[in-house]
Design a protein around this ligand. Structure first.
Ligand code: DX5
Ligand code: ZN
Length: 221
């Protein structure tokens, strides 16, 4: 599976989001990473359901990669208009009935990814690998951009990739958190396929977004 970028919209210029989306769409970027937070599962609030819904009307090519850092995420699916083509990552730690949440996402025609936070061991995924469409590994503690990578994250990525491969499923592995210029190639070598590009790469100050997208795309192939 080729390496794909998912720029994190919460790290872009939040006063000009429609322009940011259009620029990335026209660059042919695969995914746009849309973080939703409930101020309970993580102590922060970022993009809201209305904005996440409205992105559908702007995107021509890019697919939505929605990362829900909220308890009982299914309560927000209607408001986000979850549907065909979307990736929806829900946290293992935040769902009372993960099986029902996964089924709900798939019933809407979207791809169900399970996200695990840094303190959650990969083996919790083993019973789910046959029922999901991908895994998101948080390599920082979720809730804020600009956080440092958690020690042991590369080993964790390798372990999850090994679990996925041994399951016989060719599931994509998404990495989210401090995906930096100097670490993204190593993350690829550990088995990541989708790279959430935020303040540690594409949205570093003063970069030309077109050149940054081109450079990062090369680094993760
Ligand atoms: C953080 C979010 C990430 C964040 C990554 O909880 O899930 O998507 O935007 O930003 P950086 O690249 O700054 O870690
Ligand atoms: Zn995220």
């Amino acid at each position: 599976m080729r390496g794909m970028l998912s720029p994190s919209l919460m790290c872009a210029d939040v006063l000009n989001l429609q322009r940011e989306l259009t620029v990335l769409d026209e660059l042919g970027v695969d995914y746009i990473h849309l973080d939703f937070m409930d101020n309970h599962f993580v102590p922060n609030i970022t993009l809201d359901t209305e904005l996440i819904k409205k992105t559908k009307s702007v995107l021509k090519h890019m697919k939505r990669d929605i990362h829900i850092m909220a308890f009982e995420p299914q309560q927000y699916f209607d408001r986000m208009e979850i549907g065909e083509g979307d990736i929806v990552s829900v946290h293992y730690e935040a769902c009372g009935d993960l099986g029902a949440v996964i089924a709900d996402i798939r019933a809407r025609g979207a791809k169900a990814f399970v996200a695990i936070s840094p303190d959650t061991e990969p083996d919790v995924l083993s019973q789910w690998l046959g029922k999901i469409d991908g895994v998101l590994v948080m390599t920082v503690y979720p809730g804020f951009a600009g956080r440092p990578i958690v020690p042991g994250s590369m080993e964790k990525l390798r372990a999850v990739r090994k679990m996925i491969d041994e399951s016989g499923r060719s599931l994509p592995l998404e990495v989210d958190g401090h995906v930096s210029w100097d670490l993204c190639a190593e993350m690829r070598a550990c088995g990541a396929d989708i790279f959430v590009a935020g303040s540690s790469s594409l949205y570093q100050k003063g970069l030309d977004i077109g050149q940054a997208v081109e450079r990062m795309t090369e680094l993760v192939q």
